[in-house]
Write a protein of this length. Structure first.
Length: 424
């Protein structure tokens, strides 16, 4: 499969750069159609998460530089800024990479499960905006199957460690009894939902969920017996919040330094634990300069939890072996489909030759020509037309010294055996 991947992730770029080229859901509709037109792509999809932005393109033979410059132009950045952080994958490596990503092997937290859902959203967006074809569809279905197989047959998903659960573990380390804390959660998406559930499981009883769209906050709050409010209420809620965890799709900070500073004065400098799980960031980096604030970004979480992944590392080796075999199987299936398609075209061409010559022979018989003459002519015409094009190509191959083609034809038609029987 001719798949090109152009991407940037947490291995190659800091959050400050990743957030600059992230795509929101509302941007994807325009971005997909714009990139398809700009690079002349047949099929494509864009995966954009906190940790990576990757473009998957089919038959993009001359497109890497075009895609990189489009990515820079779209986000109004100089292409030079991306050159040291961009990676590309082709062929076998590209299929292996996309399966590793789906299985959580390339995630900031090894084996985290959320990425598979994010990848499904990525391909659903491509499908909805009509930029996804048969090849990407087959790839994504195979990728889902491999990721699920890995999760069910290895320990990669056991003792789950996600940014949501890690955030709660860190909070529990800071406070004597996390159950007595007030938690303010900003956003109402999947990540905040996970954080809220982890906090509830940890015993936190007072949860406030603030979101730009109040009904979404209310829906999550009802499920978790929490309080819902909108973003305008954040300054008031912040004065009572011991834990603040934010994950919105806002393109500008939701919490600025001055707002947090005012809240600390109201709290008489009682500490606040903050986690910013958004890209672009929801909390101004300058907030970390304040005393009594313990602010963590998604990059900070990686540094903290990376030392505690030994059990998953062993499972990852099993998963890598599964993926390697899956890539081989996928490529074999792809080649088999190509062979089937070629055989169909091969048979159809010769069926057409047969139909034309048979029609001529029947017309001659109807006119009363001698059957033996008609059959002889039919046999000669079929032979001449079947071998005409291959004969020309073989002569040209010989003149060009293409021994590979000559050997392939000899093997295909078993021409090396002079005594071969032609009986059927």
């Amino acid at each position: 499969m001719d798949l090109l991947i152009v991407g940037i992730n947490h291995h190659t770029a800091p959050i400050a750069l990743r957030e600059k080229i992230a795509f929101t859901s509302s941007q994807l509709a325009h971005a997909l159609t714009a990139l398809k037109a700009r690079a002349g792509l047949q099929e494509l999809a864009i995966l954009s998460t906190c940790n990576r932005t990757e473009i998957y393109a089919v038959h993009a033979y001359n497109a890497p530089e075009t895609i990189i410059h489009w990515l820079a132009d779209y986000h109004q950045l100089p292409a030079e800024m991306l050159k040291d952080s961009i990676y590309t994958y082709w062929g076998h490596s590209s299929i292996k990479h996309i399966m590793r990503v789906a299985a959580g092997l390339d995630s900031m937290i090894l084996g985290e499960p959320q990425i598979l859902g994010q990848m499904k959203d990525c391909f659903n967006h491509a499908q909805d905006h009509q930029v996804m074809g048969a090849e990407l569809n087959r790839l994504c279905q195979n990728t889902y199957h491999v990721a699920k197989h890995i999760r069910s047959t290895t320990a990669i998903g056991q003792n789950p460690t996600s940014v949501a659960s890690t955030s709660v573990v860190l909070a529990a380390q800071l406070f004597a009894d996390i159950a007595d804390c007030n938690a303010l959660l900003i956003g109402a998406g999947e990540t905040i939902g996970l954080v809220a559930r982890h906090l509830k499981n940890a015993g936190v009883k007072k949860l406030v969920i603030a979101n730009r769209t109040l009904p979404n906050a209310q829906q999550l709050a009802t499920e978790l017996s929490a309080t819902a409010t909108d973003l305008t209420d954040i300054p008031a809620q912040l004065a009572h919040a011991d834990i603040v965890i934010s994950a919105t799709a806002s393109e500008t900070p939701v919490l600025v330094k001055s707002t947090v500073e005012n809240a600390l004065k109201s709290r008489r400098h009682k500490p606040i634990f903050m986690v910013d799980l958004a890209v672009p960031r929801d909390i101004e980096p300058e907030v970390d300069e304040l005393s009594d604030i313990y602010l963590y970004s998604v990059d900070d979480l990686q540094k903290i939890i990376s030392a505690n992944l030994s059990s998953r590392q062993e499972a990852a080796l099993e998963a890598e072996a599964i993926i390697e075999q899956a890539v081989k199987d996928f490529q074999h299936q792809h080649k088999s489909r190509q062979a089937v398609d070629m055989l169909k075209r091969f048979r159809q061409r010769h069926e057409n030759i047969k139909s034309v010559e048979l029609s001529k022979a029947l017309q001659r018989l109807n006119k009363g020509d001698a059957p033996a003459d008609v059959l002889t002519s039919l046999a000669n015409q079929l032979t001449n037309k079947i071998i005409h094009t291959p004969s020309i190509q073989l002569k040209q191959a010989s003149a060009e010294g293409r021994e590979d083609m000559l050997t392939a034809v000899e093997d295909l038609f078993q021409l090396g055996d002079d005594d071969q029987s032609l009986d059927t």
